[in-house]
Design a protein around this ligand. Structure first.
Ligand code: NAP
Length: 272
């Protein structure tokens, strides 16, 4: 993946395992230089960077909930690779937080922690990345930067026992729309990618407990893997989809196909 003769530089949060590690591998295979983050899994992160190519892949620790630490991530990326072309907001956290849970403190803590990582971390890092991207020369697509955020099917349909997680992802999806509309004049595009269940540590417990129910919701019967998401992210990072800026791509095996009130209304009105 080239930008005017130079390889694209991607910053991927949460690249140490799961979907993020798949994205790091895929972007690297497409020719990108990749700066990725971890928060706890230093060993696996450093191993991944070594395995791929220590010259073109670099990792650094950051807690997305620590907003003061985020400027150093963007600065680290531009210092290491000279620029930032693509931000992939992948890192996220998930925990059950049911409406009928026993503890009010637990309920509030769940919302605060989930939003700190899944929304405020994403918003802050995006703001910082935008500042770096505006200085880029426009590439062959006329674009200076791409921001791709991993949201979730949960942000579209509303979930029964983790409303905080779903709400954080819905808000992150709305942030994508705002970036696409508000920063187009700066040559920035933005996309959301909304997976359903994907086989990673995050989903392992739910899948082992409710696997049959989860599979029954997926017409093809297959739960996705990290590569199902990584391939879409790499395509979006390439520039080929830039005119679709602002949109969300579902990656859920058609277990939930989202539609907007606008298109639904038009269809009902027979407008198209
Ligand atoms: P995962 O296996 O749990 O991996 C999470 C990644 O995020 C790890 O790299 C982790 O770093 C990093 N991370 C966690 N907390 C962090 C924090 N406070 N600050 C910085 N990094 C942090 O999750 P996954 O399944 O790959 O999920 C990746 C993204 O896809 C998330 O945004 C998730 O919400 C979304 N998603 C997942 C599914 C699914 O079924 N798996 C479905 C829909 C959406 P360490 O390794 O260092 O802990």
């Amino acid at each position: 993946m080239q930008t005017d003769g130079a390889a694209k530089v991607a910053l991927v949060t949460g690249g140490s395992r799961g979907i993020g590690a798949g994205i790091v591998r895929s972007l690297h295979a497409a020719g990108c230089m990749v700066f990725f983050t971890y928060v706890a899994a230093r060993g696996p992160a450093e191993e991944l960077a070594r395995e791929l190519d220590a010259e073109r892949v670099h990792c650094a620790r950051v807690d997305l909930a620590d907003s003061d630490a985020l400027p150093a991530v963007v600065e680290g990326c531009t210092a290491r690779f000279g620029r930032l072309d693509v931000l992939v907001n992948n890192a996220g956290i998930f925990a059950e937080n049911p409406f009928d849970g026993a503890s009010y403190d637990g309920w509030r803590a769940g919302w605060a922690k989930t939003f700190a990582v899944n929304l405020f971390g994403v918003a802050d890092l995006s703001w910082l990345a935008l500042r770096a991207m505006r200085g880029n020369a426009a590439d062959a697509y006329g674009t200076r930067g791409r921001i791709i955020t991993i949201t979730s099917r949960a942000g579209q349909r509303g979930e029964l026992t983790f409303a905080d997680y779903g709400a954080s992802k819905a808000a992150a999806g709305n942030l994508t729309k705002s970036i696409a509309r508000g920063c187009a004049r700066d040559g920035i595009v933005a996309f959301s990618v909304a997976p359903g269940f994907i086989l990673t540590e995050m989903a392992a417990e739910s899948i082992s407990r409710d696997g049959d129910t989860i599979r029954a919701e997926i017409p093809g019967g297959r739960i996705g893997g990290p590569d199902d998401v990584a391939g879409i992210v790499t395509f979006l990072a390439s520039g080929a989809a830039d005119y679709a800026t602002g949109t969300t791509i579902d990656v859920n095996g058609a277990s939930y196909v989202h539609w907007t009130a606008c298109t639904g209304r038009r269809a009902l009105d027979g407008v198209h």
